[in-house]
Design a protein around this ligand. Structure first.
Ligand SMILES: Nc1ncnc2c1ncn2[C@@H]1O[C@H](COP(=O)(O)OP(=O)(O)OP(=O)(O)O)[C@@H](O)[C@H]1O
Length: 258
């Protein structure tokens, strides 16, 4: 996926300014930045809901706006911050909806399809809830069901908008570990900088619609960048378990981060 000189304006307000980057196959890219920085707006451009005012998003060297809805759904699976609440369906049926883009209009679910749904529900720890109604799931369980739906969609690109919203810490780690293990390209907006440091190969730091820094977690999650963009005092050192970066922060009253 390549994003080229992308700008997006609404009602004469500039939300995204001249954003460019490329994502390599199987790379796990995190989009970070403060509230209102433009993370969700950028993701919506990547899956074709926001139409860029300037620039374009390309997959396999073709503008995504030139793909049909079904063709795009064969390329990109999306899990949003808030799971839809209108599904009067079982968990099994919601997950099985992920199979639709790969199928022709009149085909029925076969044994392999059923196996895919069972396997995905097992991966997100919902096997025992397959026959429960989707609406009766907790917020975190709904989120995991939507991730299972994205898994069965079987695309090369997975876009996750704050996927750990609603999840307890164990499920946060499990869902991100699972996303990383899928060996697909993942583009994921995140607020938790420690999870971003642990799971992402590359980070894009957005502020007021522009890329402030891009690169390895070590090059992006610097104390100077974090202090500037989030207006906090940050300390960056090494996580004792993972040996990745660990970020601790404060409004500046308790630490001296000079
Ligand atoms: N359709 C729209 N019409 C008007 N303004 C919009 C629209 N969509 C987004 N915005 C504005 O664009 C800015 C960026 O919003 P966006 O949701 O992309 O930020 P974000 O980085 O995802 O924020 P958060 O971390 O709070 O989820 C915000 O100021 C928002 O109000």
């Amino acid at each position: 996926m390549t994003v080229e000189s992308l700008s997006w304006r609404v009602q004469d307000k500039s939300i995204l300014n001249n954003v460019s980057f490329s994502v390599c196959p199987t790379e796990f890219v995190g989009i970070i930045g403060p509230n209102g920085a433009g993370k969700s707006s950028l993701l919506r451009c990547l899956y074709g809901v926001n139409v860029p005012t300037e620039g374009e998003v390309r997959i396999a060297d073709k503008n995504i706006l030139e793909y049909s809805r079904q063709a795009l759904a064969q390329k990109i699976a999306v899990v949003l911050q808030e799971p839809p609440s209108r599904f009067e369906l079982s968990v099994n049926d919601v997950i099985a909806m992920g199979l639709t883009p790969q199928k022709s209009l009149l085909s029925f679910d076969n044994h392999l399809d059923k196996q895919k749904v069972i396997e995905a529900s097992r991966q997100v720890d919902l096997l025992d809830k397959l026959h429960q109604s989707f609406n009766s799931l907790s917020g975190g369980e709904k989120q995991r069901a939507m991730i299972a739906r994205a898994i069965v969609q079987d695309t090369h690109v997975l876009i996750l908008d704050e996927p750990t919203n609603h999840l307890d810490i164990r499920h946060q780690l499990e869902v991100l570990t699972l996303a990383k293990s899928l060996q697909v390209t993942v583009i994921c907006s995140m607020h938790d900088l420690n999870l971003a440091a642990t799971f992402c190969d590359r980070l894009i730091l957005l502020d007021q619609g522009s890329i402030i820094a891009e690169g390895s977690p070590e090059s992006v999650l610097t104390e100077a960048n974090l202090n500037r963009v989030f207006d906090i005092k940050a300390k960056v050192d090494t996580h004792p378990f993972t040996q990745k970066l660990r970020i601790t922060f404060d409004l500046g009253e308790h630490i001296d981060a000079d």
